[in-house]
Design a protein around this ligand. Structure first.
Ligand SMILES: C[S@@+](CC[C@H](N)C(=O)[O-])C[C@H]1O[C@@H](n2cnc3c(N)ncnc32)[C@H](O)[C@@H]1O
Length: 319
């Protein structure tokens, strides 16, 4: 296996790691941490499937106090990457390391960091860059939260600073809803708010894997009928089933299209619904959901949409 940038850098003893724990911010589940003794590593990842993957391998979850070293694994969102570096500067007492792919903007982050920090070294390899510096100095970056229609969004959430057109379409087309409802992949709460506008709804579970989105939900949705759950929607189970599930399922992981992820959401919806319950789904037209829906539900009907999106109602989940 080719050595990762982290392994190469640590093998060459540049940077020299201070003794003690290394906190790693947002490492995807397939990030190579083999250069570090697992007992030294603390993982800080807000995306539940990645968090769970590291925990299942025995890695500790990060605390909030200071640590000698913080390693930032650069995420796709440029503003989130800057927030993570700023967070690392507050938490690290000895060393900050940043590692990322070119396609995720590591080079521009490197240039931005060199604007205010004496970057001690860098290693370029495998279409990416790793660099490191001592945690002094404060970046003058402005990465404000963005608001839309009175909702707070923040860097790193789906559809930051705008309403997703598919969700807008589904919100406007929902029939009167009642009873217990779930919003699977609730994001910062646009669809959830639309569900709660139905007076017949008695309870809403907002199921979402991204902790940054849950932060927004906490501010955006204060209705006592609603509760937010930090959970992996592909595995979520509940004792009490729902009368309706609404979803605009994810179909990407990082840069990869992953229709299987959306299909796994459909299977969860079928599992979570009462026999009399219905799924209301919006999806990009090109996504291959119909075959799977017919396996999971006895009734599947396209109920609207436009050139870009299809709206589907599925009922009578098969057990
Ligand atoms: C297409 S967005 C829809 C968001 C929101 N419902 C809206 O209308 O704006 C899909 C959401 O699913 C979340 N998500 C992705 N993978 C997930 C998983 N395995 N479990 C739960 N939520 C997930 C994403 O963070 C994102 O917020």
């Amino acid at each position: 296996m080719a050595h990762s940038r982290l392994t190469l850098a640590l093998d060459s003893a540049a940077p020299v790691l201070p003794d003690g724990p290394v906190r790693v911010l947002r490492p995807p589940a397939d990030y190579d941490l083999s250069a570090l003794e697992p007992a030294r590593v603390e993982i800080d990842h807000g995306f539940k499937p990645d968090h769970d993957a590291w925990a299942a391998r025995g890695y500790a979850t990060a605390g909030s106090g200071p640590v000698p070293t913080v390693l930032v694994v650069v995420p796709r969102s440029k503003a989130l990457a800057r927030r993570l570096v700023a967070h690392a500067l507050h938490a690290a007492t000895g060393l900050v390391i940043v590692d990322g792919a070119r396609t995720d903007g590591v080079d521009s982050l490197y240039k931005a960091c060199r604007g205010w920090a004496p970057v001690a070294g860098t290693l370029i390899k495998a279409h990416g860059r790793l660099f490191w510096f001592a945690p002094d100095g404060v970046p003058d970056w402005d990465t404000p939260d963005r608001w839309v229609d009175g909702f707070r969004t923040q860097p790193g959430v789906f559809s930051e600073g705008k309403v997703d057109p598919g969700s807008r379409l589904l919100a406007g087309a929902l029939p009167p809803l009642s009873g217990r409802v779930a919003d699977l992949g609730a994001g910062w709460g646009y669809l959830s708010a639309a569900v709660l506008a139905h007076p017949g709804v008695t309870h809403l579970d907002m199921i979402e894997a991204e902790a940054l989105a849950l932060d927004c939900l906490a501010e955006n949705i204060s209705d006592p009928r609603a509760r937010a759950l930090w959970a992996d929607g592909t595995r979520f189970t509940t004792e009490t089933r729902y009368d309706a599930v609404v979803t605009n399922p994810p179909f990407h992981s990082a840069r990869k299209g992953l229709p299987e992820l959306g299909q796994a959401f459909l299977a969860t919806a079928a599992r979570l619904l009462k026999p009399s319950g219905s799924l209301y789904l919006v999806a990009n037209r090109h996504l291959p959901y119909e075959t799977r829906l017919r396996e999971l539900f006895a009734q599947v009907q396209e109920v609207g949409g436009d050139r870009a999106f299809k709206l589907i109602r599925a009922a009578r989940p098969r057990r």
